[in-house]
Design a protein around this ligand. Sequence first.
Ligand SMILES: Nc1ncnc2c1ncn2[C@@H]1O[C@H](COP(=O)(O)OP(=O)(O)OP(=O)(O)O)[C@@H](O)[C@H]1O
Ligand SMILES: [Mg+2]
Length: 604
Amino acid sequence: MPTARGFRFFQGGPLSEPFIAVKNLHYTYDTDTGAPIPALRGIDLEIEAGEYLALVGQNGSGKSTLARCLNGLLLPTEGEVWVCGINTRQSAKLVEVRAQVGIVFQHPENQFVATTVEEEIAFGPENLGLPPAELRARVETALRDAGLLAFRQHNPRVLSAGQKARLAIASILAMRPACLILDESTAMLDPLSRRQILALLQELHREGLTLITITHFMDEAALAERVIVLDEGQIALQGSPRQVFAQRARLAEIGLDLPPVTTVAAGLARRGAAIAPELLTIEELGNAVRGLLPPAHSFYGTKAPIHPPARGLATQSSAEPIAAVRNLAHTYLPNTPVSTTALYNATLTLERQSIHGLLGRSGAGKSTLVQFLNGLLRPSQAGRVIVLGQDLAQAQIDLRGLRRRVGLVFQHPHHQLFERYVGDDVAYGPRQLGLRGEALRERVRWAMEAVGLNFEAFVDRRTFSLSGGEMRRAALAGVIALKPELLILDEATTGLDPRGRRDIHALLRRLRNEEGTTVLLVSNDMAEVAQLTDRITILDDGRTVLAGSAREVLGQETDLIAYGLLPPPAIEISEGLRGYGVPLDHSLLTTDELEEALWNVLTP
Ligand SMILES: Nc1ncnc2c1ncn2[C@@H]1O[C@H](COP(=O)(O)OP(=O)(O)OP(=O)(O)O)[C@@H](O)[C@H]1O
Ligand SMILES: [Mg+2]
């Protein structure tokens, strides 16, 4: 029975085999070289039609490789993959397999082929040779489902990141697949767009679509019916989110996180509160905490409200900032038909030795602004940019000198890696600084280990063969190797696994505290921003709309949402818990602070 959207339901073959069956799947890259890379090492997995599965695991654990095996983009080195009773080795039937199982990748724009949204959606089904009426109907449905009706004539390239993700999903849905795989397709989105895509996915799943999402966000994994944890090419754990996230020790060993609510519940349980450690939702936590609240009168007068301390070394200091941008405007390709104004009025002050967050929805102008700080873009219209005491509008600036002191890690790591081998790539900057021989080797080793790339294992790896997260780390290592005074990370932690993220956070704190480095962090992960930053500037539509201490800015829920952002998880959870009568401060930024505050409430 087709549903309204006409998803094909696999009814089970004559032997009622499962929708997808993976049997002893091995996949090895570079089998023909002296250094084969075993990415999958014996996966057994059955997926029923209509299931909602989350695939998590460290960088390089084999998630993307498994996804590509499931739709026949890669064929097993050993073992078998069956989709709807078809073995993916049957090359004549591969078209059928790919029509059943569609993948949306992390950078959907790399997938686009057409010049209008409408044509982009029609492209796949056209290749299935459908009659015109059917084709039109499918395009309409997909446009509507993805909320893109108003954009049908737009060029895919001018869409916002959130719209691009929706278009990529729509063009796969128009093929009427039975299964949709999303390989970190929401990772690049601003928080609000990401939430909207997740809502769309849940709706599609309710209508019968089989969903497989690959993610490094544990709260996203917790939405699935089944979580599968990959570790070094094998399934380490699987079960319902509750079962999987109850395995705290094992998850910690693999380097994964718990969802935020579970983190708080487990923390309270560890301190001795009578709370089940595997709670997943705010509702569950609210009910559990409510049941433990002391009698109401004891809240008053017993304890002063907790005012979490200002953090970090950054206070509004009178010292000269390391960089200052004033009323900056920038138009790309001015006086041409395709001119685009990215900045209208941007202002930014970076205090020395601080971690500064730069936030805003996709298209707000963040990447444009940061490129002014190392002279990749130069002020030519309105505004001033002063970096390390130099006015960058002046013609006779020593740009090479500037770029040694201001390191920029780009948003797309593959734009940064240009050497053939990882080691050479990381060595490029230090070589420019004049390091040679053992000193050079030691600097490269330090930078690689600092970002969690094992020196021996990766120094001679070809850059193009890295997994998504490994590429990020290599790009980061190349810039850190310069030991810049101002380090700018443009969404550079996107795609890192939880342990990688924690390691990078620790590294950034260390650089700030011990080397006096100033860090400018562009990020769309509100939990990360809440944990790490001292001060925050928000851009919207090319304008600075909010700036202040992290605590001030992140407490402005209405403003955050208006700018395409969301409050960090700890603030959202506290907000929810207040609805259960739990007296909590409005400015708890991290799950650690929330746990502490809850513990104080429960043990007055
Ligand atoms: N094209 C390739 N050539 C050689 N090795 C590869 C290639 N693609 C991936 N690998 C290697 O295979 C292993 C699994 O990679 P895969 O991309 O499946 O990991 P992943 O779990 O998706 O990681 P991430 O979270 O970083 O995206 C890694 O060791 C990776 O370096
Ligand atoms: Mg991957």
